[in-house]
Ligand binder design. Sequence first.
Ligand code: HEM
Ligand code: HEM
Length: 125
Amino acid sequence: MPRVSSAFFTIATLCGLAGMIWGSQMGTSGDHSMMPAHAHLNLLGWVTLAIMGGYYALPGAKPAVLAWVNLVLSSLGAILMAVLLPQVLTHKLSGKVMMAAEIPAILGIICFLISVISGWRKPAA
Ligand code: HEM
Ligand code: HEM
């Protein structure tokens, strides 16, 4: 497996573990106010990063530097989402601060799109 895929899966699994512990804490406390933050840590962290890591491990994907840029941006987006959203949900910070998570998340998926499109040019394995 390419190292970049191992890195994607490592960060994805850490996000999944943290997201599940967070969900479990919400379930036991009965306080679901952090539900969107829990949901997006799992969806941007566990699900999205695992899909991207899986793609780069496919035969013929040949991950380049862009895959590492994708990893950094998408991981930053997922982690900042989980750190900043609770501050917004508790009205400690304005919702505008979420741009700090949204911009890397969107740039990360644009890198992924470029990687996927560039795969079309390579001959099928
Ligand atoms: C041990 C694992 C997990 C536990 C204990 C857990 C627990 C919870 C709880 C208590 C809620 C709030 C439900 C509500 O207020 O209606 C919730 C919402 C949610 N969780 Fe989890 N969760 C877990 C794993 C996951 C995973 C792996 C994902 C995604 C891959 C996920 C995605 C979501 C989403 C999208 C919502 C919002 C659902 C809605 O809009 O009603 N959760 N979870
Ligand atoms: C930059 C990335 C993203 C942004 C800015 C974003 C933003 C939002 C917003 C504003 C809501 C409404 C929350 C509420 O009403 O409390 C929402 C809900 C939701 N989003 Fe996202 N989202 C993003 C990525 C994703 C991804 C990648 C997935 C799935 C793979 C996803 C799945 C959901 C689901 C299931 C809900 C309903 C559960 C909830 O309320 O938390 N989102 N999102």
